[in-house]
Write a protein that binds this ligand. Structure first.
Ligand code: AMP
Ligand code: GLY
Length: 424
């Protein structure tokens, strides 16, 4: 079988490595891919947003199965286009992808179906939004409606900050067109958990839980990033909490999407907060998380392509999905200055003798004259799988220490909160 994966980051690298485990897989095309992915797939320089280019490539290369891994092609209808060509895909169509691409859609869905989430109001008129934030209880969370590279969320402790957030997003459009509508919601507290799931539109299989570390600095300080590291499983997510989530969040969400006429097929990502009032949805994503995928997929025992095809074909119910025991940890090596300004083009050196349980997923690099050069903010995700979380963290950090490029930095405390829970 010849596969096509759309995207070019660490998540896509982790997906490709896992797909490679299936002996029936021949060529994997990755559009656009990156320098490190080129060791595991045929990278093609077609951008993930170029739906015409992707469709033409898939047709001319007779792709047997496509995995659309990134949010913007999903929102732009990449799966709809490939389906129209008769190409089976893993990923939701554009209508179902609204669960991520429109926060207003997601919030209204949760309200209509009684799925626990932060209380909220939506606005398309800045004056009405300003009136509301003038009196609503603080702190307030102001969110742009559309995709904003994970940056369209502002947590406001004061009225002045909330008013500025409304003006910045709706009037000055600091997050572009995604700010024509906003959601203003209550501030929730509690540990965050990411639960990715496989779903075929009616049946849902949650994956091993994980924990992201979104801030750039140790101790959860500094700016928000795309994610500086992950661990799986997430020890805050107990079997009891998992049961509640299945009943009150996961199943109702899948049912709601089907009833609304947009059944969700693919990876549905639940960003949860375990509040004193129980688990609540902070956000949905219509795709695998990055860097959650880098710690979740190494723990998957069942063949990934088989699971993905069952999601597409609607046969997930009859497929047992199994996981390895143990834990995984991923430490992101980022370019100095990320997430603000950073230099690119630094040569990367990775030792050839890293231990077998360590995998380096490439996120932001390119090949130039046979050399690997940095080309993004998050450059590498150094991942280890081991018998338990302390061992996985130790192995990931030991490997990360041996990888070099000018200006590289990593958080030193990935997994620290998880370890504290495990140690009781
Ligand atoms: P989102 O893009 O919606 O996941 O928001 C990004 C981050 O902002 C989340 O991972 C949370 O840490 C934080 N956040 C979002 N909404 C809320 C909320 N209602 N209460 C507290 N924190 C929030
Ligand atoms: N790591 C969070 C996300 O993928 O959106």
């Amino acid at each position: 079988m010849d596969l096509m994966v759309i995207g070019g980051g660490g998540r896509e690298h982790a997906i490709i490595r896992k797909l490679r485990e299936n002996p029936a897989v021949e060529t994997i095309w990755c559009l656009p891919g990156n320098g490190g992915i080129a060791a595991d797939a045929e990278c093609v320089s077609i951008a993930a947003r170029d739906i015409d280019g992707i469709a033409a490539f898939a047709e001319s290369h007779r792709v047997d199965f496509a995995v659309v891994a990134q949010d913007d092609p999903l929102a732009l209808g990449c799966v709809d286009r490939l389906h129209a060509l008769g190409i089976p895909c893993f990923g939701p169509d554009a209508k179902a992808a609204r669960i991520e691409s429109s926060k207003v859609f997601a919030k209204n869905l949760m309200k209509k179906y009684g799925i626990p989430t932060a209380a909220y109001e939506t606005f398309d008129d800045p004056a009405a939004a300003l009136d509301y934030v003038g009196t609503a209880p603080l702190p307030l969370v102001v969110k742009a409606d559309g995709l904003a590279l994970g940056k369209g969320v502002l947590i406001c402790e004061t009225r002045e900050a909330a008013e500025k957030a409304v003006r910045d997003i709706m009037e000055d459009r600091v997050f572009g067109a995604s700010g024509s509508r906003i959601v203003v919601e209550e501030f929730l507290t509690g540990p965050e958990v990411s639960v990715l799931s496989f779903t075929d539109g009616s049946y849902i299989v949650p994956m091993v839980s994980s924990m992201d570390h979104k801030r750039s600095g140790d101790g959860d300080t500094g700016l928000n990033t795309g994610g500086m590291g992950t661990v799986a499983p997430n020890p805050f997510y107990t079997p009891e909490i998992a049961k509640v989530c299945m009943k009150k969040i996961f199943l109702p969400t899948v049912r709601a999407m089907a009833i609304e006429g947009c059944p969700f097929k693919g990876c549905l990502y639940f960003g949860l907060m375990l509040t004193p009032d129980g688990p609540k949805v902070i956000e949905y994503n219509c795709r695998f998380g990055d860097p959650e995928t880098q710690v979740v997929l190494p723990l998957l025992k069942t063949d990934l392509l088989t699971v993905m095809r069952a999601c597409e074909e609607g046969t997930l119910r009859s497929l047992p999905v199994e996981w390895h025991d143990g834990a995984a940890a991923c430490v992101i090596l980022a370019s100095g200055g990320y997430p603000v300004a950073y230099e690119k083009g630094k040569e990367i050196s990775i030792p050839g003798d890293l231990p077998e349980n360590v995998t380096v997923y490439h996120a932001g690099d390119k090949l130039s004259d046979g050399k690997l050069l940095t080309s993004g903010g998050r450059v590498l995700g150094v991942t280890a799988a081991a018998a338990d979380l302390p061992a996985a963290l130790a192995d990931a950090y030991a490997a990360a220490e041996r990888i070099h490029f000018d200006g590289a930095f990593m958080r030193r405390d990935i997994g620290r909160r998880a370890l504290a829970v495990l140690e009781g």
